[in-house]
Design a protein around this ligand. Sequence first.
Ligand code: AMP
Length: 305
Amino acid sequence: MSLLVVGSVALDSVETPFGKADEVLGGSANYFSASASHQGPVKLVGVVGDDYPVEKLEPLKARGVDFAGLERATGESFRWRGRYRHDLNSAETIETRLGVFSNFRPKLPEAFTDSEYVFLANIDPRLQLDVLRQIKKPKLVASDTMNFWIESRRGDLLELIKHVDILTLNDGEARQLTEQANLVQAARWILARGPRTVLIKKGEHGAFMFTKDSIFFAPAFPLESVFDPTGAGDSFAGGFMGWLARTRDLTDENLKRAVVIGSAMGSFVVEGFSITRLLEITRDDIIRRVAEFHQLVTFDRKMDA
Ligand code: AMP
């Protein structure tokens, strides 16, 4: 499996109605890797400052995440501080400190340049483009983004999406990027600008996958308690891309399966702070949850009563 991710490697401080975590392992690339590592090895590209507790990355290394593309620079690591109130679907950003990401110019190790499956996780779209230019012959490129970059780097983001096969974003971000209130229209707007697939995530209300001529929907798993929603989107992407890279099968049916595996991974990560749950779960837990998803949405459509 040849899967590469570029994204933030962060220290997060998060407050939810159920508790608080300070300076814990976070960032889009960490969540993505922890999730995708359940399907196979992952190569990570990013930067941390000299204040980063790199020993906390050891459990990810042990799971097959290759950090040869993680630069250690002088300065402060990326930090994100966020809060969730009772609506756990949307994070309120209190502070974003880019730190060493402001001057980061990614230089991919030679062994990373022939990666086939590429995920450009949430980070400055100029860095996403920079990484993409260094990959020789990608088979599938997906990318994510968020309000912060839609507001501050809209032009770069529109340039980036010309070059990606799949764009993932949440419903609020899709509306903000496209200026369309209706999500089907928003997906059409994006599909007309490069990607052939758009994944719109709606938190506890599931995720849509749009292509030019199809729409697929997977619910979110109905959990009794959600502890911390941070990282759900990146873990979703990790399950989705990890599965595609593992199976090397880009048929419509397998893309649908990947969406459900992504939803399963998103449902695990929110059961705890940081990546803790992703490090605890086993392949059997994932298989069991995917079976529960199947139960949730399968019914007999016979109507000849
Ligand atoms: P999500 O999967 O959307 O919940 O992403 C959560 C992660 O995104 C957190 O661990 C943050 O460190 C990271 N993050 C927040 N803001 C940004 C940003 N502007 N750029 C890159 N990563 C970010």
